[in-house]
Ligand binder design. Sequence first.
Ligand SMILES: Nc1ncnc2c1ncn2[C@@H]1O[C@H](COP(=O)(O)OP(=O)(O)OP(=O)(O)O)[C@@H](O)[C@H]1O
Length: 487
Amino acid sequence: MNEDAETKPVVSARGVKVQFGAVKALDGADLVINAGECIGLVGHNGAGKSTIVNVLNGSLGPHEGTIAYNGDETARGINAARGHGIRCVFQELSLSPNLTIVENMRVEHRDLSGWNWRSQAAGIVSAKLDEIFVGHGIDVMHTVGELSIAERQMVEIAIVFCTVEHEPKLIILDEPTSSLDAGLAGQLMAYVRKYVDAGGSVLLISHILGEILSTSDRIVVMKDGKVVADRPAKEFSTHGLVQAMGSVVKDRDFDRNKNRTADTSPILSLPARGGKGLPFAAYKGEVIGLAGLGGHGQTDMLLELYRALSSDWLPGRQGRIAFVAGDRSLNGTFPLWSILKNLSIASLTDLSEKFLVNRTREDGLGGDWKSRIEIRTPDMTNGILSLSGGNQQKVLFARALATTSSMVLMDDPMRGVDIGTKQEVYSILNHEAAGGRTFIWYSTEMDEIRLCDRVYVFRSGAIVSELVGDAITEENVLAASFSGEDA
Ligand SMILES: Nc1ncnc2c1ncn2[C@@H]1O[C@H](COP(=O)(O)OP(=O)(O)OP(=O)(O)O)[C@@H](O)[C@H]1O
């Protein structure tokens, strides 16, 4: 905590209640944020974290309770919050894809004006990107639609930290590292500490408990719309945090099967990508990790595999393929459909008789997955957008796993999924792999890469290293990511 911190909280929310139909999203939540502190906010999917963010940034008026900015309880709405220096990076990235980065800067910072606003904006946002993400390589004149999901996340973060005329006082980061690899996430966390040590405030929401523990001064835990713990970060451990969130702490129960590849020939093999690096092979029943720094060809390979295999793989056999998209709003959810329809869409053939979908079986599938991975909704026929981000991601997972596809491709699929559900999904993957399904899994989280049977490390679009079993360590992945030589 900064010694010179002001006495009045930057923002304080007391007894806040928000209800969506039958769902109590916030049920009397309290949250106070002082100058010069980083608050870590954690909780299960649907605990109410994004809802309290929307209350703090003025976009959602609470049904009960009070909000005060710098002690002023009369201020209301987005403009008042902004006037008090509250800025937000949302979980669902919100830049306009058809505008350039510089033009998006103008949308966020209305003070940019005059004939040379573009060059002013370019200078300010480039400098901020350089300060936070050293070596980022992003051209700020590019259209946002041309950027990868990680680059969009980096740009959105840099834009909110910029000062044009008014300095930000509180930056709310809702799962800011969900698409960033470990290196970029580390750069951001170091910047957050620097910003907070200089007197700024940050509300950091994340399901990656390591970064919450290492970066926050204080940690607030939410459960079912209430704050259930609010203590200095040093009083928590990972174990304690998981317990406070109401999840069961499981020991590692992912049974890596080193012998899966022993006597069989591959079900899929590809030559070295672009004639560089190592070839790729997949064996029945394997969980294969794609690792390396983000944007080095992992998603491209998954998409190429999907396009090739969904059209002509193993004709006449069970060779169907399923894909769990990483960018759920762009490639995953059908936003106007119900939760159930979003889930069942990939299984309609299996659920149909005489070309008609059997509704009873479709409802059965929905009910089964709702309880298996705890999709938090009172009714599976509600719209998909009524779910919290992490619960939407669970539906995409369930959509792929509910199929009979023998191969499942996963593009960093755990974005925003809480720790309890992740453990459940890991054990489902393990069980399904033991039953003969093959998973090809791009992950930006080292803890997930470590669960795989075999890992290919990518660099500059090519596979530069293959790691098997106990050789799958963070050191080996990092060594291969940076040197390009076999670790
Ligand atoms: N617009 C809405 N309509 C209906 N229900 C909603 C709406 N927005 C949120 N909810 C519900 O409110 C509850 C809290 O959601 P919220 O998005 O705040 O959770 P969260 O803690 O941010 O979860 P996650 O970790 O998955 O992002 C959830 O049960 C969600 O389904």
